[in-house]
Design a protein around this ligand. Structure first.
Ligand code: NAD
Length: 345
């Protein structure tokens, strides 16, 4: 018997193709006649300049100083640069940092976003947006900020360094894992999550061995797309809440996900047998937490939280700050979170 489920779906246009970036101009035409404002992190500046040249008069300007977790001051500078143009659409080229800044700008300006993802963050498929002020990261959902068009071009991911590929890939895996045991999971979300996990677990080790393997890059990017769908269709759980709190402390986003995930899965395993069985199948492992530890090792992720600059006294602070959500046992919760952080420290 299939249990009751419910989910909301949004409309977006997805183009997945080697050389999809060449389709940017026709895709902009489909959206309307306006000019485009290009957004990226400093490392993607060369790509933005090339895209600007290709768009010629359709390019209204650019901002290439996007930073992880959208600091409020970065948003203010980007908004000022955007306001000085007549742009009618935002084009984010890059990972979750560029796409995240575009979302925050879209919230203020109501402009549509075209996303060209170059990492495996999955942000391009979601309506989750956020900003950071001091040590506090705030996130929320708003359908208006979800990209309207997504161009997936696996060629653009060939330059993503092995370390970032591994960490970002584990970030995508975390979306799939938490979608499987989300309170609002569904057979549809599980479909996306299972295939995402299978593709990512198979392709990421190949990428680490040979970053120029375009087949593996394509599979990982498709996995990231499906993981982003799974994230959009569900409410993320303990792992994402923990990473969110650690992100507020300034820890690198994707690597924090990579380090913590096996420890969170070990804690979740006893109460989530169905999700764990699916995860074990996708990883080809008998124990899902061990399977994730092995995958992490194969990807060369050897760091612990202390290596990312987390201080020991911050363990208690984060353990107190992360709150249980509906369905999570509250009496032991703080101790469980502290245990996860200590194990990963
Ligand atoms: P990122 O966007 O910060 O990119 C990491 C680094 O890789 C940057 O220096 C960037 O310039 C570089 N880079 C990106 N693509 C490259 C490429 N193809 N070749 C060479 N270098 C490349 O990292 P990320 O992990 O993609 O994004 C992290 C951010 O995304 C965080 O702020 C996180 O909160 C957010 N995020 C949001 C969602 C969501 O649904 N809203 C989901 C996942 C992540």
């Amino acid at each position: 018997m299939i249990e009751r489920f419910a989910y909301s779906i949004r409309v977006a246009r997805i183009v997945f193709s080697v050389d999809a970036l060449a389709e940017l101009l026709p895709e902009l035409d489909r959206l309307g006649p306006g000019r485009a404002f290009l957004i990226a992190t400093p490392g993607r500046k060369g790509e933005v300049e090339a895209v600007g040249r290709a768009l010629a008069a359709r390019a209204a300007g650019s901002f290439t100083e996007a930073r992880v977790h959208v600091p409020a001051e970065t948003l203010a500078r980007a908004a000022a640069a955007l306001q000085a143009t007549d742009a009618a659409v935002l084009v984010a080229i890059g990972g979750g940092s560029a796409i995240g800044l575009a979302k925050a700008l879209a919230r203020e300006s109501s402009l549509a976003i075209v996303a060209v993802p170059t990492t495996y963050s999955g942000s391009e498929m979601t309506d989750v947006w956020g900003t950071t002020s001091g040590e506090e990261k705030r996130t929320s959902r708003d359908p208006a900020v979800a990209p309207r068009v997504v161009l997936y071009d696996p060629q653009l991911t060939l330059t993503l360094p092995v370390r970032e590929s591994a960490a970002s890939g584990m970030n995508a895996i975390a979306h799939g894992v938490e979608a499987l045991y989300a309170p609002d999971t569904s057979p549809v979300a599980a479909l996306f999550a299972n295939e995402a996990l299978r593709l990512l677990a198979a392709s990421l080790p190949k990428i680490v061995k040979n970053p120029g393997d375009l087949d593996a890059r394509s599979e990982a990017l498709l996995g990231a797309h499906l993981a982003g769908m799974a994230l959009q269709l569900t409410t993320m759980g303990l792992h994402h809440r923990l990473c969110h709190a650690l992100g507020g402390l300034g820890l690198p986003h994707a690597l924090t996900h990579a380090i913590l995930l096996p420890y969170v899965v070990a804690v979740k395993a006893p109460t989530e047998p169905r999700a764990m069985a699916a995860l074990s199948r996708a990883l080809g492992a008998t124990d899902p937490a061990q399977g994730l530890h092995r995958l992490k090792q194969a990807l060369g992720v050897t760091e612990r939280l202390r290596d990312l600059g987390m201080r020991p006294e911050q363990i208690d602070r984060v353990a107190r700050a992360v709150k249980p959500s509906a369905g999570e046992e509250s009496a032991r919760f703080e101790g469980v979170v502290r245990g996860i952080l200590q194990a990963a420290y």
